[in-house]
Design a binder for this molecule. Structure first.
Ligand code: GDP
Length: 176
């Protein structure tokens, strides 16, 4: 079994903890308390493209608040992958995500680190198309230019969540 370390980054309230909980527990809790500092969880998956490969993700879910920003390097420095999350209804959260991409590229480099950008809360756009403030194509183009994996997801419905971890697992496995 391979063990990969993954760090979650992004603005507060974009749904980082909710994505992790959807992935680890396959559940969603509207009223979960926000993360203080960082939380650790792990989950094991089999790669769909390589069913003989089992990967244990050790997931560090960091708090998005500015006052915890100085802690982030401790978590991303020896990570195999970073999942940077924004909220598709909050354009400011994409700007924040882009600043995390810059920071990772400057401090770690993307040879060693698989970076995935994920737009969360797409369920809100399914309910009301006017809720969307970040177009999928725009974020996808940015991700492509930067060489990042890209997904849209909903921690609430679960849409796209397992695909994120499958793709990250596959990419990290290929780098090993
Ligand atoms: P974090 O601060 O980035 O870890 O964000 P949380 O996971 O704590 O989520 C912040 C808020 O957004 C909470 O009220 C969640 O219930 C809500 N939320 C998270 N993911 C989704 C989603 O996919 N859809 C919707 N509608 N709400 C979400």
């Amino acid at each position: 079994m391979l063990q990969f370390k993954l760090v979650l980054l992004g603005d507060s309230s974009v749904g980082k903890s909710s994505i992790v909980h959807r992935f680890v527990k396959d559940s969603f809790d509207e009223f979960r308390e926000s993360t203080i500092g960082a939380a650790f969880l792990s989950q094991t998956i089999k790669l769909e493209k390589h069913p003989d490969v089992t990967i244990k993700f050790e997931i560090w879910d960091t708090a998005g608040q500015e006052r915890y920003k100085s802690l982030a390097p401790m978590y991303y420095r020896n990570a195999n992958a970073a999942l940077i999350v924004y909220d598709v209804t909050q354009p400011g959260s994409l700007v924040k995500a882009q600043s995390w991409v810059e920071e990772l590229k400057n401090k770690v480099g993307d040879q060693d680190l698989v970076i995935c950008l994920a737009g969360n809360k797409v369920d809100l756009c399914d309910e009301d198309a006017t809720a969307r403030e970040v177009e999928r194509e725009d974020a996808q183009l940015y991700a492509k230019e930067q060489g990042l994996l890209f997904y849209e997801a909903s921690a609430k419905t679960g849409a796209g969540v397992s695909a994120i971890f499958q793709e990250i697992g596959e990419k990290v496995y290929q780098k090993k």
